[in-house]
Design a protein around this ligand. Sequence first.
Ligand code: GLC
Ligand code: CA
Length: 572
Amino acid sequence: MKKQYDFRKMSFYQIWIRSFCDGNGDGIGDLYGVYDKLEYIKKLGVDGIWFSPIYPSPNADYGYDISDYKNIHPDYGTLEQFKKVLDRAHELGLKVLLDLVINHTSDEHPWFIESCKGGKDNPYSDYYIWREPRFKGEEKLPPNNWYSQFEGIAWEYNEQREQYYLHVFAKKQPDLNMDNPKVREEVKSIMRFWLDMGVDGFREDVINFISKNSDMPDGWSFVPAINGLPFYKDGPNLHKYLEEFRQVAREYGAVQIGEAPFTSVKTALTYIGGRKRVLDMLIQFDTMFADCFMTEYIYHGFRLRKLKSAFRRWQYGLQGKAWFALYLENHDHPRVVSRYGNLRWWKESGSMLAACYILQRGTPFLYQGQELGMTNIALNSIDKYIDVAAKNAYNTFFLKDSVERRLERIHVSTRDSARTPVQWTDGKNAGFTTGKPWFYVNPNYSFINAEAEDRDPHSILNFYRRCLALRKHSRTLLFGTYREYFPQSSKIFMYERKYTDKANGLEERILVVCSFDAHDRSYRMPRGYNYKKGRLILDNYISEEEMKAGKTAQPCALKPYEVQVWKFRKKL
Ligand code: GLC
Ligand code: CA
């Protein structure tokens, strides 16, 4: 057993490699590009990188359909190049986490190809979830009425084996049968392969889906895409399996972050609570639903109160009990400044959003381009979008709308907005590639790009750097308690972090006040706060230089999308 590093003090940067940076000019992001940008990542002030899948994959779901777990996709480089990136990252003091996708493989994985042959003596027969058809007269029907999240019915008939296989996501993503001990041995062997190479842990994809209720009863949801969910989410053997994988992680001191869609705080605590936890942190989905209902496809516009209640639920629910991951963006959601911010106040809202989550209790994750305030893309035809989920929504849920309306709905909901090339410069192809970019570059790269923002002391990029640095060096922000004020306000989000240093007889409180309003606004400080005793330590209208020179903000008044962070100290 190896001692674990303290992930609570860290923050992580997520790379979705295909759109990160192209190092060899073929138009596709790769590990050569990543190598060149490691200093940039370090300079942001994060402590590690999480790579979305970089393994060989037919890309039906851009990497989340894996055809070889122990290799690198040729588009992205080689194992050798990965090792170079890993070593250099370690030299810079950055941890490296990989995505472990074990709920399903690609249908082009050799295990699945073998499994389709079936047969008693075939060791791969039971690697996947196969069921006999139901018959209605002569007509073959799927084993139950479950829906997949990406592509219609969750069952696909296989002519060769004359059975149906389960796919909770796309057809090309057959679900593994985790009840088969051989499959779990494969998972452990994959973990060991990368841990032996020096990787520091995993982000575990849809980890709460890996154990299914083997009776497989019919579902009843009125939202088709989640019909069946209760029977494949948080299944009967999930803890047992996670415990097995945990043993491997513990041998290496590796950190495990589980992605757990549709999980409640109560259930989450069974995974991440206490010393016997089976995961270190959890990625919940509640904070992604402040402008939509359960999925971005059911969009209703941003409501701050919904966002605050999601923050509140998780902060209060886990406080003193468990640690978790903070995020506002990843490769599965549209860009946050387009969603929860305001493009007319792009810089202000983009930077305010940084402080609004990074200074909460937990380990912050940033997604590539988020630190630049990258925005959603609008394409003029569904054929230009690439995401299987967007195409499915367009052709099913949105079917009744006009073409314009359907495209508008895709624009506010699609994951593709997170998958446009990162905007590095205002040069050709935003400096992403010297070749032809594999996907559309957002035309706003002329002013939203890393180079320009690096120079601008008021930029979103520089504000992210300041937030991360502030958090890193503050015990109060790392370990202080969390308390929210004025929960009813629909324009202001205010929270306090408090740390009592008994040994030195000191109490420190940090008050974070975020405006979600496009107009000036006044606010009150909570009872017990005397603004005259506070010191402003961060503000998105005041650059670092200006702050050092003594510039301060007007207390109790906020400009549009301003965030003020005040510090109060008192002797006990
Ligand atoms: C997770 C991934 C997402 C993927 C899905 C199926 O939610 O983050 O990108 O499509 O799992 O693997
Ligand atoms: Ca390339």
